[in-house]
Design a protein. Structure first.
Length: 141
């Protein structure tokens, strides 16, 4: 019994769909909140490296040199720029407004903010692995 063209086409199409599903299941997806936290770590590293080289904090994170071999993006997991602020006492604050891009919210819409002291108590620049001052995934009070 010889298969018909329709049956052969169905077999090829079914095989292709199965291959796509297998390949899709092998791809690791990083949730946007986790991507944001990872990128904030990268931004902190680049900011502190810049400060140590230039003896000042950068005015913006957009022009920071890339770190070869690492994700050097300044965008959050939803592809919006991470907000960068410096307080008068040299505390750096990085903020993402979450999925909705609006202040506040809960779940994936909740703000993600991190801050750290860019200088040690003696006035020298903190190292690039200095700890965060606030919980990475906390909501603003």
């Amino acid at each position: 019994m010889k298969p018909t063209k329709a049956r052969s086409l169905f077999g090829i199409l079914f095989g292709a769909v199965c291959m796509v599903l297998v390949c899709y299941s092998l791809i690791d997806f990083i949730p946007p909140r986790d991507m944001t936290a990872t990128r904030m770590h990268g931004v902190r590293y680049r900011v502190q490296t810049y400060a140590a080289l230039h003896d000042r904090l950068p005015e913006s994170i957009e022009g920071l040199p890339e770190r070869p071999g690492y994700d050097s993006s300044h965008l959050d997991g939803w592809r919006r720029p991470i907000q960068y602020q410096i307080s008068p006492d040299a505390i750096v604050r990085l903020t993402s407004l979450g999925r909705d891009g609006m202040p506040g919210g809960s779940g994936d819409d909740a703000d993600i903010f991190r801050s750290y002291h860019s200088r040690r108590p003696d006035g020298t620049w903190a190292d690039v692995i200095t700890g965060w001052s606030e919980d990475s995934l906390a909501q603003r009070p």
